[in-house]
Design a protein around this ligand. Structure first.
Ligand SMILES: [Cu+2]
Length: 151
């Protein structure tokens, strides 16, 4: 009987938390690997919707040599221009996204080492169009780029 009551309480708790946490409208899983590639280079979202990106570093190389982040940029900021700007602002293998650049950023993960993952949630911009994302680990912007299209 005691166990039954306990089970009921646990079930109720689970139901409550499921309701309390609003599900994202779009859930996208993206990974970065040891060949400096995002596996997802394009995805679409609807303006104003809730977006959840699950970003994973699926590589094996040490973070200091092949760490990855995912930085979603404001409209009109290109991944290449931002990657260069980051280097100019002192981006390095420990701090790939200097605070002085955050004004160009909609959302970002921290730098992830092998096997790590991070979830970022944000509201898709209301303005339709292309929004680029990039890894700002030094040099990775040459290959690690993608585009979120707001429709
Ligand atoms: Cu990277």
């Amino acid at each position: 009987m005691k166990n039954l009551i306990l089970a009921s309480i646990l079930l109720l708790n689970a139901a409550f938390f499921a309701l309390a946490e609003k599900k994202a409208d779009h859930e996208i899983t993206i990974s970065g690997n040891d060949t400096m590639q995002f596996d997802v280079k394009n995805f679409d979202v609807t303006a104003g919707n809730k977006v959840k990106i699950i970003f994973k570093n699926t590589g094996k190389l040490p973070k200091i040599a092949m760490g990855h982040n995912l930085v979603l940029l404001k409209k009109g900021v290109t991944a290449i221009a931002f990657g260069q700007k980051a280097l100019g602002a002192g981006a390095n293998a420990v701090n790939p996204l200097p605070d002085s650049l955050k004004g160009d950023v909609i959302a970002n993960t921290k730098l992830l080492g092998p096997g790590e993952e991070e979830i970022v949630s944000f509201t898709a911009p209301s303005e339709k169009g292309a929004y680029e994302y990039v890894c700002t680990f030094p040099g990775h912007y040459a290959l690690m780029r993608g585009t979120m299209t707001v429709k």
